[in-house]
Design a protein around this ligand. Structure first.
Ligand SMILES: Nc1nc2c(c(=O)[nH]1)N[C@H]1C(S)=C(S)[C@@H](COP(=O)(O)OP(=O)(O)OC[C@H]3O[C@@H](n4cnc5c(N)ncnc54)[C@H](O)[C@@H]3O)O[C@H]1N2
Ligand code: MOO
Length: 407
């Protein structure tokens, strides 16, 4: 059995980024940028005012109060075409272009504007403006040609706004990796269908569909396959065009654990099978045809933990991102943790702050890999490295916080 780190490294090494596509800016949020974004214009495109007030020549206002003639008004989008001469001012608003001749802006609160109102022919300036006061210089945010966003990068709302402000209506992003999902098992039924004796309602397909979507992939949820090698092979063969095929169930050693032998006739090239971890030991990785294959254990908690640890990084790699391990934080153990065996353990835990504000991770009492209620209620997975010694309550442990990307 290989370690969690080696498994992730082998998965990432076997995958390469999918191709690009061009999308409208309105559809770009959350997508992964595939080409650099350089500014198509200066921002701002001219020296502009940061405040509502008056454009002046600072030298005219050296001895307040200074009485200036208001020679024009320049709302944002309507620049003043003349030049501000000695003893003159122009009425301005936030975003207005600074007229030629002026070098500073005096905010209207520092004038007699309140007494005179809009449209007066004169204004009294009551302060000494610093040259350049309240002026946003041309290209002060960015200049035409400045590199603003470099790939690979998952686009945030702020990135989308930046690209818009730089004049981009379209962005080149990675297409969404197509991930076919196949739940297997004679006992597995769909939610809403009658559940026969010994039946189990499929949750894995829906968890995986959600995880794929959250990671930026395009999930394709296939019909459930029975424990029949031909049916499993036919379903996987029909998923041609997928970048990645993810199966659930039939990954272990039992007589009905069929995925590996079922896919042999399709030319399954197995990279590795079994990871020294709990839950999720019977994890399979390889390739069938043009697609990578991840075979997940059927136990729901095992499938979900493996999806967080390996499927999310795999999709990130297909998107051209590094595919890093889930981030960890330090917390104090909320209870004694027994010494671990040779499999890295991932204990479902709740997080809370103690009286000093220190994060405390308390493991759930039940850690069976079938317990979905415990998993959904958990805030974190406590990491227990292979062969870790016993940990007393209050000692520091590493935890993976859950809930990122709403997983
Ligand atoms: N003799 C051994 N038995 C088992 C071993 C082992 O090493 N030796 N490993 C155990 C471990 S660890 C795990 S994890 C499971 C994984 O087994 P499989 O991947 O073969 O999964 P199944 O047997 O098909 O199912 C296990 C369990 O999960 C339920 N299940 C299956 N599919 C779904 C689904 N889509 N949604 C919800 N639940 C599902 C299924 O009904 C079973 O209860 O093997 C251990 N056994
Ligand atoms: O690894 Mo299994 O996933 O222990 O239940």
């Amino acid at each position: 059995m290989i370690s969690v780190a080696e498994a992730r490294q082998r998965i990432l090494a076997a995958l390469s980024p999918v191709g690009p596509e061009v999308v409208a800016l309105s559809a770009a949020w959350g997508r992964v940028l595939a080409a650099p974004v350089a500014a198509r214009l200066d921002k701002p495109g001219a020296d502009v005012s940061a405040m509502d007030g008056f454009a002046v020549r600072a030298e005219d206002c050296a001895r307040p109060p200074a009485r200036l003639r208001v020679v024009g008004s320049a709302p944002a989008g309507h620049p003043f075409r003349g030049t501000v001469g000695p003893g003159e001012a122009v009425r301005l608003f936030t975003g207005s272009v600074i007229p030629a001749g002026a070098d500073s802006v005096v905010v209207q609160e520092d004038t007699d504007f309140a007494e005179r109102g809009e449209g007066a022919g004169e204004v009294e300036i009551r302060v000494v403006p610093k040259p350049g006061a309240h002026v946003r210089p041309r290209a002060g945010d960015f200049a035409h040609g400045t590199m603003l966003l470099s790939p690979p990068r998952r686009l945030t709302a702020r990135d989308v706004g930046l690209a818009a402000s730089a004049g981009h209506a379209w962005l080149t992003v990675r297409r969404r990796p197509r991930v076919a999902i196949l739940a297997t098992g004679d006992e597995v039924t769909l939610p809403g269908d009658p559940v026969p004796e010994g039946g189990v309602v499929s949750s894995n397909g829906f968890v995986l569909e959600s995880v794929v979507r959250a990671a930026g992939g395009e999930p394709i949820l296939l019909p459930i396959a029975p424990d029949d090698p031909e049916a499993i092979a036919a379903a996987v063969a029909a998923a041609r065009g997928a970048d990645l095929v993810v199966t659930s169930g039939g990954a272990s050693v039992g007589q009905h654990d069929l995925v590996r032998p079922a896919l042999a006739p399709l030319g399954l090239a197995l990279d590795f099978w079994k990871i020294a971890m709990r839950p999720g030991k019977p994890f399979m990785f390889g390739r069938v045809g043009d697609a990578a294959l991840i075979g997940l254990p059927g136990n729901p908690v095992s499938a979900t933990v493996c999806a967080i640890l390996f499927l999310v990084p795999a999709i990130e790699r297909l998107l051209g991102l590094p595919g890093a391990a889930p981030a960890t934080v330090r917390a104090r153990a909320g209870a004694r943790l027994a010494a671990n065996d040779h499999r890295a353990d991932h204990l479902r835990a709740t997080l809370a702050r103690d009286a000093d504000g220190v994060l405390v991770a308390t493991p759930a009492a039940r850690q069976d890999s079938s317990q979905m209620a415990v998993l959904a209620a958990a805030d974190a997975l406590i990491l227990r490295p292979p062969d870790a010694p016993e940990v007393a309550a209050g000692e520091w442990v590493d935890v993976i916080p859950l809930g990122g990307r709403d997983i």
